[in-house]
Design a protein around this ligand. Sequence first.
Ligand code: 13P
Length: 392
Amino acid sequence: MPLVNMKEMLHHARANGYAVGAFDLVSLDFLNGIMLAAERCKAPVILSLAESHFDYFDFDLIMPSVEAAARRASVPVAIHLDHGESLASAVEGIRLGCNGIMVDASTNPFEENVRLTKQVVHMARSCGIPVEGELGYVPGVEGEDAERHPGDIAYTTPEQAQDYVARTGVDFLAVSIGTVHGRIKGQPKLDFELLQAINERLDIPLVIHGGTGLSSDQFKRLIENGVAKINYYTALSDAAGTTIAANAGSPGNKGYTALVAGCREAIATETERCMRLWGAAGRADEVLAAASPWREVEHLIIYNVEGLDDAGVEDMARQGRDILGAIPGVRRALTGAAIQEAAGYRFTWLVRFCHEAVIDSYREHREHVKFADELFRPVAGNRVSIDYRLDE
Ligand code: 13P
């Protein structure tokens, strides 16, 4: 069950002088390759899904695989929404199984960035989920996905970083100190003095976007100055692309499986190189001891109804599934009718929460209160309910 609390994972990294890789995945080959690497070198890992990549895969369809890979791993894993664009996408990411959320409002003016980030933090807190915000702007320069990060670099300032963290309550801060997203010629010049000044003012893990193309020495200095999470994608994409190009250029079968053969391994090799370089290799057991397992909770109700026929119950249940299923932190809301009546009860509700924190926020959520007070409780006086943590 090594899906773990991402905040505790990153605080362990920060306290112990290493960084966890957040590797963006765009297909099952990426997922497999990243997990192969983590298992091989016993590293904690963050499986990252970027909203800016949603044209490349179906978020809804890929998430069950990502979650299954995390849950069957022997190393600690967190699942992160990268570059989330709105409150709605944060809610959706949590519903689909992310246990860490990034809200990227960094292209907005400072006050607007604070306002949007605060909204997401407020919602995510009620779900027990940590949030990464970005201050300053990390652009793309050329190559892979540069067009998804348009514009010029804006450096993070220490004063604004302190103000931003205090006002938004973010758990991790992505900073802009000279890195860029994507493939670049040469190495970017990083402002380590700036990073040091930011780190001295903050007490939270820092995040670097645009990990591709940095040198071993640059990574070392980033980590020495508070960076505990490094986002990495383009080099994995290039490793896979080079493999496909070589397959295409060699004689023989040009079918899909022949062309992508070896991609998984190429991605694993580059991922493992990073995990070793960033000091995450060999840390899995320590993180498993330090970070709590990520355990979901279910809210179960069995009940009888008075004053409604079966069609009326079905109508109420349908409305409830829609209303309650949309509350932040609810992963699914299911209803049922007994095949054999157990202990005299006929109907059920099963609501899956992403985390224990949702027990309270769900109970108090205005849509839940309205549904329960107006539609459910008046007809379902005879009921039993229980909240329980799920064992793996
Ligand atoms: P690179 O593609 O430059 O490695 O950056 C990835 C990233 O920052 C994703 O958020």
